[in-house]
Design a protein around this ligand. Structure first.
Ligand code: NDP
Length: 271
């Protein structure tokens, strides 16, 4: 019997996830269906209940429901550590014992894209993570697990301090953008939503170390940050499409127990 999955968001019509999971299923021979479902803004929990009642096996969760998805599973203490620290969930698994398990695969997807696809080893590297919203929280632990030395910068400085203090590690600090003057980083990650409004976070010049990678989590168009990085001489400039595919592959693995090859899927999407 076909196992049913979906991605829940609002809006959702732009989502590439159904196409990505269709390619994963064809490649691995898994008998699954995967559709995009738009939940009303006040109807996330009801939508999840409906899917469970209809026999779905799980779903991905995207903007703006990732925090609500965490709250749904946290009362049962059924969330993986990445989701627990981020307090955000992007992958739900509906278990046979009528429990729901929550994961956050965004950070694993980012690290996988940087290390496997872009061939940049994170261990020991100085990494600047811009932003202190849901996306930044989701990727901080996997970056620390990859042994990066992390500086989190945010427009609202207090939120950067708060994020850094949630992780009990000496390899993460928080700051505002002014504190970055005179510093250089091997990897600069834009986890802000500045690209959506065609803005550039207030980065000082000279932020990229020789050979640096500039990574924008946004995808679909060249952002002001990506243009700035090229002008400032970053050696590699990447968008977030690889992260999208890799986080989907991790969710597919959680559900189906099979790891798809992401290289042809990413190539097809870029093509
Ligand atoms: P949130 O709304 O939770 O957080 C937004 C963050 O951006 C805040 O830290 C905010 O700072 C900062 N910000 C917004 N505008 C500016 C600006 N002009 N200059 C500097 N900082 C700014 O958003 P998310 O964390 O959920 O998402 C962030 C981005 O990550 C989005 O573009 C999203 O598409 C992308 N993303 C990509 C994924 C992928 O798979 N590729 C997965 C998840 C997210 P302040 O606190 O001061 O307001």
């Amino acid at each position: 019997m076909t196992d049913r999955y979906a991605v829940i968001g609002h809006p959702i019509s732009h989502s590439k996830s159904p196409l990505i999971h269709k390619m994963f299923a064809e490649q691995t021979g898994q008998d699954i269906s995967y559709e995009a479902i738009e939940a009303p803004l006040d109807g996330f929990a009801a939508t999840i209940e409906r899917l469970r009642a209809e026999g779905y096996k799980g779903c991905n969760v995207t903007v703006p429901f990732k925090f609500e998805a965490y709250r749904l599973v946290s009362s049962q203490q059924r969330a993986r550590i990445e989701a627990e620290l981020a307090k955000a969930v992007n992958t739900l698994s509906f278990l046979d014992d009528s429990q729901i398990f929550g994961d956050n695969t965004d950070g694993i997807g980012l690290v996988q894209d940087i290390q496997q696809n872009l061939k940049v080893v994170l261990s020991g590297k100085r990494v600047l993570l811009m932003g202190a919203g849901g996306a930044a929280y989701g990727v901080a632990l996997p970056l620390l697990n990859a042994e990066a030395k992390l500086v989190v910068a945010n427009r609202t400085e207090d939120k950067a301090f708060e994020l850094a203090s949630r992780f009990n590690a000496d390899r993460i600090t928080g700051c505002g953008y002014e504190a970055l003057s005179g510093q250089q980083f091997d990897v600069v990650i834009n986890a802000t939503s500045s690209g959506l409004s065609d803005e550039l976070p207030p980065l000082p010049p000279g932020i990229f170390a020789p050979g640096a990678l500039a990574y924008d989590m946004m995808y679909g168009r060249e952002t002001p940050f990506m243009r700035f990085a090229r002008e400032q001489g970053a050696a590699q400039v990447a968008d977030g499409l690889g992260m999208l595919v890799e986080q989907a592959a991790e969710a597919f693995y959680i559900w189906c127990g099979v790891r798809p090859d992401t290289v042809p899927v990413l190539a097809a999407l870029r093509g």
